[in-house]
Design a protein around this ligand. Structure first.
Ligand code: PLP
Length: 382
């Protein structure tokens, strides 16, 4: 039997053609060239952000956001513990203290009802991670942030083109961050973008992006020489990455539609097992927002069952995997973070969640194979 990997990087058509164009025709391989500009214009148009800057990763975009929020040592940043390390690391690098708040039992996103209890005079920002491309409760979170004068950073690494009440994720908070890592929906190997939603931060963001220089203003003819004006780093990707990415962005809607098809097929085929209370399926709320089919997970009834089912699936050639080890219980999380309340749901659900294979080239037959193994597991179990 053929093995089904968890993820498989893919190309949709023009990636190599555009790379050739960057090298042979445009003769620009450093960053901020024609393909970078095309990608940024695409993101601005389709996501509705004020300004998009390509970065070499979502991690880099989060680091830029931390600088733009002017995080100082001791400042507290509220975020879920059920997330990728970069969500926290970006702020820790500036001396910030991640304050971990529990997740909602349904979406596994930060529980907006617990955020206010975690706010102190040192709180500077809230990071909303849209897990699996499903939106956080942005209205409530934006309202809390406005009342306490906090920044909101949307970690939309998994959420390209997902919506919340008609807005694209990443375009609602002060800043949004996107990932184009090869495990995400739209890929460029490594890659990301920072979305800036307020005019007042655009100029500083460009400076931080270009190593702390006013090079962008110089190119636009706004200053007559360029110089070191602020802190910054080399956050921009090269043109080859941007060229690859642009071919993917052109097909983004089809790619997401394909992933949603796979998600829906899993959902439909596993509904019976869920109705029999063997497993729980992902919660989506189409009335509030459309998700992008980033990942399909199931939740088992016990932690022991998660371990056994992953083993059973992998033993059958289906590379299902668990997800985050909660950050608050990781060695660096203990050292650098703080609890913003009990994290019982995070601890419980992270031990019961299984991610199923989901990638662009996956066929319906591949999905059926995974589904059949899960069914066999539970039927033999009874
Ligand atoms: C993938 C991911 C990141 C990191 O993205 P990179 O582009 O690999 O740096 C950050 N946050 C979340 C929630 C992610 O899923």
């Amino acid at each position: 039997m053929e093995n089904i990997p968890f993820n498989k990087p893919f190309i949709v058509g023009k990636e190599l053609f555009y790379i050739a164009q960057a090298v042979i025709e445009n003769r620009q391989m450093a960053g901020d060239g024609p393909f970078t500009k095309k990608c940024q214009a695409w993101l601005e148009k389709h996501l509705g952000c004020r300004k998009a800057l390509l970065t070499h990763s979502c991690t880099a975009a989060l680091e830029m956001a931390a600088i733009l929020c002017d995080i100082q040592p001791g400042d507290e940043i509220i975020m879920p513990s059920f997330t990728f390390v970069s969500t926290a690391n970006a702020f820790v690098l500036r001396g910030g203290v991640p304050v971990f708040v529990d997740i909602r039992p349904d979406t596994l996103n930060i529980d907006e009802r617990l955020i206010e209890k975690a706010i102190t005079p040192r709180t500077k920002a809230i990071v909303t991670v849209h897990y699996a491309g499903v939106p956080c409760a942005m209205d409530e979170i934006m309202d809390i942030a406005a009342r306490h004068r906090l920044f909101v950073i949307e970690d939309a690494a998994q959420a390209l083109l997902s919506t919340y009440k008609g807005s694209r994720l990443g375009s609602i908070g002060d800043f949004g961050t996107i990932s184009f890592h090869e495990t995400k929906n739209i890929i460029s190997g490594e890659g990301g973008a920072l979305l800036i939603n307020k005019e007042e931060y655009v100029e500083r963001a460009e400076i931080i992006w270009e190593k702390g220089t006013n090079r962008e203003q110089f190119f636009r003819g706004e200053v007559d020489k360029y110089t070191w004006t602020d802190i910054g780093s080399s956050y921009l990707p090269g043109e080859l990455t941007a060229a690859f990415l642009y071919a993917q962005l052109e097909q983004a809607k089809q790619i997401n539609a394909k992933r949603r098809h796979i998600f829906n097929l899993y959902y439909q085929e596993l509904t019976e097992l869920a109705e029999q209370n063997h497993i729980r399926l992902p919660h989506t709320n189409p009335k509030i927002g459309e998700h992008n089919g980033h990942l399909f997970y199931i939740i088992t009834n016990t932690a022991a069952e998660q371990v056994r089912l992953i083993e059973y699936l992998q033993g059958s050639g289906i590379y299902a995997i668990f997800h985050y080890i909660p950050l608050h219980s990781s060695p660096a999380g203990i050292r650098y973070g703080k609890l913003g309340g009990p994290l019982t749901r995070t601890e419980d659900l992270s031990e019961r969640l299984i991610r199923m294979p989901l990638f662009y080239e996956m066929t319906d037959t591949d999905v059926e194979m995974g589904v059949n193994i899960i069914k066999k597991f539970f039927l033999n179990d009874d």
